[in-house]
Design a binder for this molecule. Structure first.
Ligand SMILES: *Cc1c(COP(=O)(O)O)cnc(C)c1O
Length: 388
């Protein structure tokens, strides 16, 4: 089976992890700060806070921004459930904004319309999570303008997008947001096995994130409410979690970060080949905004069902039967049973549902060879050729 995504591990990565195993610190040593610095430097952010997953990063990002009971978090339905669940963790309520049919990202026009309505009903969101689906950045300039007008905070869920650029600058410099979150799950662009990071330019948010990832405990006298009793002293000044990243993970991350530009460049090469090789099929290929350089975590094709006799599901199953490990990103979150019970109906977000009925993620990862890619293309041609 050719998977849709796969980590790229070389000997240098293995050596880096083994080195940590032989060292004094398996956790809370020098590698985590080193990894944080590598990411902050690369994306151009003032602060980076490493945690054990992007889910944890989203949770403490929302907490640091003060999201709580009685508040609303808005995001796109076409994302992994974690982009929405972080609101529920904080006791807030979650709502969604439909996608743009061309970029598949949260649509700024739909956002504006929903904000106008919400203002009248006095239920404006406190936080909007903008997800850069497949690695293509959202229209951040428009979202940031609306955030100033309506007073909400912006979190970029850049789990798909490390190494990508928006308006010529790396995603994560947080020019248009308060906090940006990355994921280092093995299918993502850079991996630490499990892992995530929150980056921000705001000193106070960074301090808060740092506290929340480790029990709300500080050893910094400046953050304490009274004089330390002695050198052993620490204070718990907030209620946090154990969301820390290990040294093993951070060492893998440092090693991987050195090849980030390469990772993204190869993904672009593969995307260009797909663009050419699939051009004549009854498919809508990913559209790239000229303002953006996608991280290209995923390559999503949409079936032009009016020109295909097979159903979406039949095409998907035929691909799997032929050893192509396709996937679907994502089942719209508002249709998940847990969200359905909050009152969401499938057709509340019609563009997201239309996308869901046609989308298939085909293999896209650094180690995918041209030959493997040719096989994906020929299988697709065979299935769709028969079906058109
Ligand atoms: C993978 C992913 C997450 C969660 O990442 P973890 O590191 O597995 O917690 C969140 N949002 C999006 C968009 C993702 O793709």
């Amino acid at each position: 089976m050719i998977p849709y995504g796969k980590q790229e591990i070389i000997q240098a990565d293995i050596d880096a992890v083994v080195e940590v195993l032989k060292s004094d610190f398996l956790t809370q040593g020098p590698m985590v700060p080193k990894f944080e610095q590598a990411v902050a430097d690369h994306v151009g952010a003032n602060h980076a806070i490493a945690v054990n997953s992007a889910t944890s990063a989203l949770h403490i990002a929302c907490m640091a921004l003060g999201l709580g009971q009685g508040d609303w978090l808005w995001t796109t339905p076409v994302t992994f459930v974690a982009s929405a669940n972080c609101g529920l963790y904080c006791g807030a309520q979650v709502d969604f904004v439909d996608i743009d049919p061309q970029t598949y990202n949260l649509c700024p026009k739909a956002l504006k319309a929903k904000l106008e309505q919400a203002e009248k009903e006095n239920r404006l969101p406190k936080v909007v999570v903008a997800v850069h689906l497949c690695g293509q950045p959202c229209n951040m300039e428009a979202i940031a303008a609306l955030s100033r007008e309506y007073g909400f905070k912006v979190v970029e869920d850049a789990s798909h997008a490390i190494g990508g650029k928006y308006q010529g600058e790396f995603i994560g410099n947080s020019r248009y947001s308060d906090i940006t979150v990355f994921s280092f799950h093995p299918v993502k662009i850079v991996t630490t096995a499990e892992g995530g990071m929150a980056v921000t330019n705001d000193d106070q948010l960074a301090e808060k994130l740092n506290l929340l990832r480790s029990h709300g405990i500080t050893r910094d006298p400046a953050l304490m409410t009274r004089e330390p009793d002695g050198p052993w002293y620490y204070q718990q000044v907030d209620l946090g979690y154990n969301y820390r990243m290990t040294e093993l993970q951070a060492a893998l991350g440092v090693s991987q970060m050195q090849r980030l530009d390469d990772f993204v460049a190869r993904r672009h090469e593969l995307a260009r080949r797909y663009d050419q090789l699939l051009a004549d099929l009854p498919l809508t290929l990913p559209w790239q905004h000229p303002d953006s350089y996608s991280g290209l975590h995923l390559y999503v094709i949409r079936l032009q069902l009016e020109n295909v006799t097979l159903s979406h599901r039949e095409v998907f199953e035929a691909l799997r039967e032929q050893g192509i490990g396709v996937n679907l990103h994502y089942i719209p979150v508002h249709t998940q049973p847990y969200y359905e019970q909050m009152g969401f109906k499938d057709n509340d977000f019609p563009q997201s549902m239309a996308y869901y009925c046609e989308a298939i993620s085909i293999p896209m990862f650094h180690g995918l060879t041209d030959q493997q890619q040719d096989r994906v293309v020929s299988v697709l041609k065979e299935i769709l050729g028969k079906a058109t």
